[in-house]
Design a protein around this ligand. Sequence first.
Ligand code: TRP
Ligand code: SF4
Length: 400
Amino acid sequence: MFAERVLSGMRPTGSLHLGHYHGVLKNWVRLQAEYPCFFFVADWHALTTHYETPDVIEQSVWDMVVDWLAAGVDPNQSTLFIQSKVPEHAELFLLLSMGTPLGWLERVPTYKDQIEKLKEKDLQTYGFLGYPLLQAADILIYRAQFVPVGEDQVPHVEMTREVARRFNYLYGREPGFEEKALEAVKKLGSKRAKMYAELRVAYQERGDDEALEQAKALLQEAQSLSMGDRERLFGFLEGARKIILPEPQALLTSASRMPGIDGQKMSKSYGNTISIRETPEEVTRSIRTMPTDPARVRRTDPGDPARCPVWQLHAVYSSEETKQWVEKECKSAGIGCLECKQPVIDAILLEQQPMFERAQMYLDDPSLLRSIIADGSDKARKVAQETMREVREAMGLAYD
Ligand code: TRP
Ligand code: SF4
C-alpha cells in the first residue's frame, strides 16, 4: 500500500563501539541495499534521559553520524537525518498523545525497568513517560513498514501498532467513504475490479487471509490509482476505514553476541568497549591486557578456551583454522596468551581500517557531514509533511 520503507533511530548518548557495529550498523548497511531506508539521530529521545546534561548529546550527534558513515551507511542509499530537524515528529507526538491511554505507556516494560536501572537520574517526568509515544510518532510519520530494532525495543513497536490502529479507527472515517471506495474500485479496470470485489468478500465473509494478501498484492500493482484511492481500497478490504497510518513491523536484529574485553557483552555501562574508531595502539593495548583463563598463571600452565574471554573474540573474528589452533595450543600450553591474542588484534584492526578511511573524509571536511544531514533532513521533512497534511485533515484540523 505504502512504499516499503525502513526506519530506525539511535540515541546520541556516547560514542559507538564494535557492539553497535556488529549488532546494528552492519544490519543497516545490509538493509539500505534492499529498501529505501531512513536512519535518524534520536536527539529528543536522548533528552528524555539526559535533560540535565544536554552537552553530552550535542557532542555525540556528529560523532555518531561519522560512525554510521564509517561503518558503511551510505548517504546515497539511505536518508540520514536528525529528529529535531523534522519538528513534525513533535506535532504528531502531540496529536497522538490526545487519545493514548496512560496505561499503555505505564505498561511498557522499558518504562519501569529504566527508572529502576538509572537510579541516579530522575525519570519521573512527563517526557520519559512519553518516550514510546514519541517513538511511535517517529515511525508512523514515515509510514514505515519495517523497523529494525533490538529485542528490548519490540514492545515499543507493538505499542506503535496499537496507536496506529486506534488512530485509523478514530479518524479514518471519511464522509462518504463507501461511495468513494466504490468509485475507486471502478478505477481498477473491470478485470481487476471484479477480482478485488471477490477477494474482499472472501476475506470479509470467510476470513480468508490468503485472499486478503492477494487483494493487497493486486492493489500494490495497480498503476492507475491515486495515493488516496489506494489507501481507501486498502482500508475497504478490512473494514470501512481509510488507513492513514499503517501498522509497522519490527525487524528483529539478532542479538549481537559481541563480547567486550572482559567477556561480558560489550556495553558502555560495563566499561568494556572498543569504540569504532579507537586507535590501533589503544586496540592493541586493550586486547593485550585482557584477562585470560585464570588457570594460566605461568606460560607453561595449560589453559581452557571455554574459561577465557579472548576465546569469545575468536568466535567472532577467527577462521575455523585459527580456532582449532587456539584450542589445541591453549590446552597443551603450546602458545602463550599474547600469541593467541594477536590474530584477534589483527582482525579488529583490519575491520577498522576501511572505517577509519571513510571517517577521515568527513573529519577533513565537516561541511560534507553537515550537508548530508541537511539534505537528509529536507528529504525526511517532505515525507513527514505529507503525512501530517493527511493527519490534520483526518482530525479536522485543516482549516484553510
Ligand atoms: N528507542 C530507540 C532505542 O533506544 C531509539 C529510537 C527512537 C528508535 N525512535 C525510534 C528506533 C524509532 C526505531 C524507530 O534504541
Ligand atoms: Fe585464552 Fe588464548 Fe590464553 Fe588460552 S591461550 S587462555 S584461549 S588467551
